[in-house]
Design a protein. Structure first.
Length: 433
């Protein structure tokens, strides 16, 4: 027996098949006690599965309660269940969902296992804190601009060692440009004289106050980010170990870089322990990207029968829009998939990579442009990671020289085939290298 639920912020409308109850459509408020009453009523009606729209965050409490009661819940995209135009009411919406679900026409959205969902919540919270911290960097830059202090234009990063030292001293009351410039870190490319010149400004009290608050809020958010890191590490320790296919000597030791937003613990070791493979061996995939992707797709990839289905779910493969025997468009579908965003971000870093994937990205970028090259490279990264996680195989990079050699051989073979079809022959010139 299938039911349909129209989710709202203040209440939910529920429709069950006729004959299950005297009243087939009921409204329940969004209070917790009402949600338990809703679950009890569905069990009384012998409902085994329920379809609901994934509206904002309003579906989460009801989803968790129904799942705990043993009811199968399918989250569906509201764009896929639109009713006939002009028939838009809460009652009709829940009845329409119930009807479509009873016919087996709805496909539920992917939701990983509970342990992964918890990890995902911590990582998404961490990403939100990083974004908020970035906003307060802009507030500090605005305050400096209002005082005509050009510090952010002579150093590469206001929140680097040099920038934060100087900002803290300004907030502490120091106004002498020469003394402030003396806090320059020896790694800073700008000279002391240039920094000193940029620090001559109009230190009005109201602007210094705004700078102080921006600095305090920035530091507060980074303290909260560290707290998130601790919870993320605790959660990773709860995952079961998986037999490793890689020896410590063969492990890919990538530099952690100097990113201020990197996780404060060794993520790579945890990833190898819970996946059995080294995902950071893939060009473009850093530990932060890998853990973000794992938190979105989980460790059990049996939901997708093949890498093609996985790439389609991510939205990084060509679209398939055919009508009348003609292909209308091959554009990839639009999606708000967090994992797809991580793959695209990783693909965008391949421009300077001396790997086969780096050569692939540069070749496509020169011919099709950056957006299409990023999507195509993200597709390759997704397929590689899918096969590594599902089959437990390690990634081996053939290198850009091998890729360029194979690409050259393929071009020559295609030219020879084309020439042969025209009654011609391709003859190599030894004098040209």
């Amino acid at each position: 027996m299938a039911a349909g639920i129209d989710i709202g912020s203040r209440g939910h409308f529920v429709a069950v098949p006729e004959g299950c109850a005297e009243i087939c459509v009921r409204e329940f408020k969004s209070f917790t006690s009402d949600l338990y009453d809703l679950a009890d009523w569905l069990k009384q009606c012998n409902i085994e599965t329920v379809a609901m729209e994934s509206t904002g965050s309003y579906w989460i409490p009801l989803y968790e309660i129904l799942e705990a009661r043993g009811v199968e819940v399918k989250l569906v995209d509201a764009r896929h269940v639109k009713n006939v135009s002009g028939r838009k009411t809460d009652v009709l919406d829940c009845q329409w969902l119930q009807q479509l679900h009873s016919y087996g026409l709805l496909h539920g959205a992917f939701r990983p296992e509970e342990q992964i969902c918890i990890l995902r919540s911590y990582l998404r919270q961490r990403s939100m804190l990083i974004q908020q911290a970035g906003r307060h960097v802009q507030h500090m830059q605005k305050a400096l601009t209002q005082m005509n202090i050009q510090l952010q234009h002579v150093i590469s990063d206001l929140t680097g060692v040099t920038g934060l030292r100087i900002v803290r001293e300004i907030v502490g009351g120091e106004r002498d440009p020469k003394i402030l410039a003396g806090y320059r870190n020896h790694h800073c490319k700008s000279s002391v004289e240039k920094i000193e010149k940029s620090l001559t400004g109009n230190y009005r009290d109201e602007h210094v106050f705004a700078l102080k608050q921006g600095l305090e809020l920035y530091e507060t958010y980074h303290e909260k980010i560290k707290a998130c890191d601790q919870e993320i590490e605790k959660q990773l320790l709860n995952f079961r170990n998986k037999p490793q296919q890689i020896r410590e000597d063969d492990r890919n030791h990538k530099s952690r870089g100097n990113s201020k937003n990197r996780l404060s613990f060794d993520v790579t070791s945890h990833l190898i322990r819970i996946t059995g493979v080294d995902l950071t061996a893939i060009p473009g995939i850093e530990a932060s990207s890998a853990i973000r992707i794992i938190s979105e797709i989980g460790l059990d990839l049996s939901r997708w029968k093949s890498s093609k289905q996985f790439a389609s779910w991510l939205g990084v493969c060509p679209g398939n829009r055919v009508s009348g025997g003609k292909s209308l468009s091959g554009k990839s579908k639009r999606t708000a998939n967090y994992a797809a965003s991580a793959f695209r971000m990783a693909a965008s870093t391949l421009h300077g990579s001396k790997s086969a994937l780096g050569s692939f990205f540069r070749r496509l970028k020169s011919r099709l442009g950056a957006p299409k090259a990023i999507t195509a490279s993200a597709h390759k990264l997704a397929v590689i990671m899918f096969n590594m996680l599902k089959n437990g195989t390690e990634y081996f990079d053939t290198g850009q020289d091998y890729y360029d050699k194979r690409y050259r051989e393929r071009i020559i073979h295609n030219l020879a085939s084309k020439a042969k079809s025209l009654g011609l022959k391709v003859v190599p010139d030894p004098s040209i290298t």
